[in-house]
Design a protein around this ligand. Structure first.
Ligand code: NAD
Length: 291
């Protein structure tokens, strides 16, 4: 169980969309929130709306690809609200380029912002969380990371988002002793600014904002167009997963079948293959003391 009462939060990418919904829900429950975002005007607007509604919030310019910027976010957040025990590493950006065609700077950007952004954020805030005696770390992955075979032409983003899942699942083992809960949120379709503003999120070192908007190939969602929920309605679902200390938070119950199919297919083919191989040929040759 993670009790958010009396704790302060940081949210990366909290200027719009899912992060904004989380920031407002946390503030509504009395949690002060520091919003770090590369789009500082959006972050300031969200913080101002929270303050106008009686909550506590600050906005800090922050590119999660830059470690120094995250440390500056931590310093400002701690100066405003004291120890930060609730960390939402949520900032992200997407793209739909074929791997054979993607530009170097876009491949680097998508890995950096989605995977390294979470890793950088966790590294910057964990020492303080440990010193404060515990808390909760939430990272926003995606169903593209959980079931990466479901949306074509999404390989780099899927790799980054699945990387987050590996990072978080392993991290939970070392954070348990520090009473820090770990939840990976895998949105399956939430209305946000990704469609309209995604191209503006690219930092200068990856070429800066792109002139062309986000292009989604028809084949990517030809099987099933996602249903989009509002950020306000998914935020309480994520916070309930935090309260229950769940390893994952999902928001589309019907996507359970995609998950089951993805992994049961692996269990029933690839593990059957190796079991059958061992039955016919014996186990692979064992090397003593190799580990
Ligand atoms: N909306 C969905 O259906 C969906 C599905 C799966 C995963 N996600 C993930 O949810 C997270 C939030 O996205 P969203 O859908 O709310 O979209 P959004 O565009 O509304 O929010 C993304 C936020 O991240 C910020 N951001 C982008 N690059 C940044 C950087 N380098 N440093 C700091 N901030 C940066 C943006 O300014 C924005 O505020 C992302 O990680 C996204 O990949 C969203």
């Amino acid at each position: 169980m993670t009790d958010i009462t009396g704790k302060a939060a940081v949210i990366t990418g909290g200027g719009t969309g899912i992060g904004m919904g989380l920031a407002k829900e946390l503030a509504r429950r009395g949690v002060p929130v520091a919003i770090g975002d590369i789009m500082i005007d959006n972050a300031r607007r969200t913080a101002a709306e929270i303050v106008a509604a009686g909550g506590r919030a600050i906005a800090v310019p922050c590119d999660v690809c830059e470690r120094a910027a995250i440390h500056a976010l931590r310093e400002e957040a701690e100066a405003a609200f004291g120890p930060i025990q609730l960390v939402f590493a949520n900032a992200g950006a997407t793209n739909f380029d074929r791997l054979a065609e993607i530009r170097d700077e876009d491949a680097d950007w998508i890995i950096q912002v989605n995977l390294m952004g979470v890793l950088n954020t966790a590294r910057a805030f964990l020492p303080g969380m440990i010193a404060a005696g515990g808390g909760h770390l939430v990272a926003t992955s995606s169903t593209a990371g959980l079931t990466p075979g479901s949306v074509p032409v999404h390989s780099v983003y899927s790799a980054a988002k699945m990387g987050i899942i590996g990072l978080m699942m392993n991290l939970s083992l070392e954070l348990r002793q520090h009473r820090i809960g770990v939840t990976t949120y895998c949105p399956g379709g939430v209305a946000s600014a990704l469609g309209d503003q995604n191209s503006l999120y690219r930092p200068q070192r990856f070429g800066g904002p792109k002139s062309e908007g986000l292009q989604v190939p028809e084949e990517s969602f030809q099987d099933a167009a996602p249903r989009f929920y509002s950020p306000e309605s998914v935020a309480p679902i994520v916070l309930e997963a935090v309260r229950r200390d769940r390893p994952f938070a999902f928001d589309h119950a019907e996507q359970r079948e995609t998950f089951r199919e993805t992994y049961s297919r692996v269990v029933e083919t690839c593990y059957d293959d190796i079991a059958a191989w061992e039955a016919e040929h014996g186990t692979p040759e064992l090397v003593e003391n190799a580990g």
